[in-house]
Design a protein around this ligand. Structure first.
Ligand code: XMP
Length: 323
């Protein structure tokens, strides 16, 4: 019968057998799947695993610290953090088209990750042969199954590497659904903030700013998002909603009155949704008093924001994210 304990034992034994005395690399995104996959592999092979976390500067408040401190403290994992904020901001400067932003973020992410990978391999010699991925059962079904290898092009500015490196994949979550992954993570001692984390898009806050992305706008959105999350958590609503994107309409301004005068600031959109699988969604009927607290705090505490609006669109026709 299925128990988290037996899944962990089985996977640990299988990973040890597969890896032997070789080495593995795992990319951490801050999300549940990569965190649980990494923790499982860490339990199996300890310091033979190196994790890579690319900080693209588009994370929410406190999330990078969660990976750097809490995840490392809970697992003892060897972690390489790449601070790539400037690089991402430069690449995104002046770009407001959503698809263009996604492309740029995806491209830069792969470049930075591969660079980090190449550096680890250069440090550790040719024994790095495995790449850990947090693939879940629904992903396996969707992509038609089959285990794989990954081809990684190395970079020429890191000497002594073959032109193409082939990695074998370790995918310890391939048989699990999301709720099972959370149970395994909990059993492995990961903090609730990581295990119970709601979905968050890979391109991060970059696609929650309608308009172009800048450090200033990101900081503003980070503040507003942190307030919304704080109040939703305080109200005990985290398990009732699927996720609540907070969006900055950076190219929109409206007139307001705050303190002793007229303001001309940006609106923040709250997009709380209920869903089973993100394919369809309904807007969450949040209690008015919670919405009121979020609105009051955001307009009081976040500079340049003078209006908070609620998105009451289901999916379809609206997507969950605004971009
Ligand atoms: P939409 O906006 O299409 O979102 O209704 C459905 C779900 O997917 C998440 N999402 C992403 N996740 N990379 C991700 O890892 C992405 O580029 C991305 N875009 C959207 C979104 O947060 C929601 O949970």
């Amino acid at each position: 019968s299925w128990t988290t304990g037996s899944v962990i034992e089985e996977q640990v034994a299988a990973i040890r057998e597969q890896v032997g005395d070789r080495r593995a690399i795992c990319g951490l995104s801050g999300g549940v799947d990569s965190a649980v996959a990494a923790a499982l592999v860490q339990k199996a092979i300890g310091s033979q695993l190196t994790c890579v976390y690319v900080d693209h500067g588009l994370m929410r408040k406190g999330e990078t610290e969660q990976v750097e401190k809490d995840f490392v403290a809970a697992t003892g994992v060897q972690l390489k953090v790449v601070d790539a904020e400037e690089r991402f901001l430069k690449a995104l400067a002046g770009v407001s088209d959503p698809e263009e932003k996604r492309k740029i973020i995806g491209r830069e992410f792969i470049r930075v990750f591969e660079q980090a990978q190449a550096e680890i391999i250069a440090d550790q010699g040719p024994a790095v042969e495995f790449l850990v991925q947090g693939t879940l059962y629904p992903d396996v079904v969707e992509s038609g199954g089959g285990t794989g290898t990954a081809n990684i092009k190395s970079h020429h500015n890191v000497g002594g590497l073959p032109e193409d490196l082939e990695f074998q994949l370790i995918e310890p979550l391939r048989q699990l659904f999301k709720d099972e992954v959370r149970m395994v993570g909990q059993e492995l001692g990961l903090p609730d903030e990581i295990v119970q984390r709601q979905p968050f898009p890979g391109p991060g806050l970059g696609i929650r700013i309608v308009g172009s992305v800048s450090k200033e706008r990101l900081d503003l959105l980070r503040e507003a998002d942190a307030i919304a999350r704080e109040e939703l958590t305080a109200a005990g609503l985290d398990r009732d909603i699927w996720q609540c994107p907070v969006v900055l309409l950076a190219d929109v301004r409206s007139v307001g009155v705050q303190g002793d005068g007229r303001t001309y600031g940006h609106p923040i959109v709250l997009r709380p949704v209920s869903s089973e699988d993100a394919m369809t969604a309904d807007w969450s009927r949040l209690p008015y008093d919670v919405l009121a607290r979020i609105s009051t705090r955001i307009t009081n505490e976040v500079k340049d924001v003078n209006r908070v609006v609620l998105d009451v669109t289901s999916k379809p026709p609206g997507t969950i994210e605004w971009e």
